[in-house]
Write a new protein. Structure first.
Length: 258
């Protein structure tokens, strides 16, 4: 559906082929920029800065300094800014939830990033404030749900996608850990159902080696972005950029009958 497509810096989230996003997980300014210098030539569609890995996350000026340098290094690549909470698979950080919300507001106001990712499990008031901040600064909001323990039922997963939309997300993201092959099918089926019911682009994946196939074929079920390894993985099951690009090319040619 054309109305589901978000065009950011010429990249179309929600188009026929999923965008490829590579995460940056450096702990220092130098490490992050070295990662970016290595990753950008590999031509991902999007870069995600996982700021929960950044040792100086508690220093807003330092975060903005890196964001400014990263914006320059990324050129016209869209940037996602993500503090992944420890309860949803992120790193332990030195600041509390209120400070994270303030950091998100400062980064959004800088207009140096294009997307901000925030978990739906956060305090409802914090979700509302992050939503208000992104709207005020023209930043897109990804509301996300991650379950590293298991894969909930299909209805529950569909509801997470729809909840993200209800809460004002521009993009809904759901990731779960499969215990068997049926869990992988559950995640894909939930994505397809939510894609049929919802009005915003979706991102989904089953994590780990068992779920890696969803990173390759998720687009056929409604997932509009997949995370691929540039320098280092940010979650289990991620595939190198070149390999994922090759898979997407094969799927595109097969779909076009070539």
């Amino acid at each position: 559906m054309p109305d589901k497509i978000i065009d950011v810096r010429g990249r179309k989230l929600g188009g026929e082929t999923p965008l490829i996003c590579t995460p940056l997980v450096g702990r220092s300014r130098e490490g992050i920029l070295a990662e970016a210098a290595s990753v950008v030539p590999k031509q991902p569609d999007v870069i995600e800065w996982r700021v929960d890995f950044f040792d100086a996350i508690g220093d807003t000026a330092a975060v903005l300094d890196v964001a400014r340098a990263l914006r320059a290094a990324a050129g016209e690549l869209p940037v996602i800014f993500t503090r992944r909470s420890i309860k949803e698979g992120g790193e332990s950080i030195a600041i509390g939830d209120e400070d994270v919300v303030r950091l998100y507001a400062a980064v959004g106001a800088s207009r140096l990033v294009d997307f901000i990712d925030f978990e739906m499990s956060n305090d409802a008031e914090h979700v509302r404030r992050v939503r208000e901040s992104t709207r005020a600064h023209g930043t897109r909001l990804i509301l996300s749900y991650h379950n590293f323990g298991y894969t909930p039922g299909r209805d529950f997963l569909v509801q997470r996608f729809l909840d993200a939309e209800r809460l004002g997300a521009d993009v809904a993201k759901v990731a779960a850990m499969p215990r068997d092959r049926m869990d992988v099918l559950t995640l894909l089926a939930a994505t397809a159902e939510a894609d049929a019911k919802g009005r915003i682009p979706l991102i989904s994946m089953a994590m780990g080696p068992l779920g890696s196939v969803t990173r390759m074929i998720g687009g056929l079920f409604g997932s509009s972005l997949s995370f691929a390894v540039g320098e280092a993985a940010s979650a289990p099951g991620q595939i190198p950029i070149a390999d994922l690009s090759a898979v997407y090319d094969i799927i595109r040619r097969a779909r076009d009958g070539k």
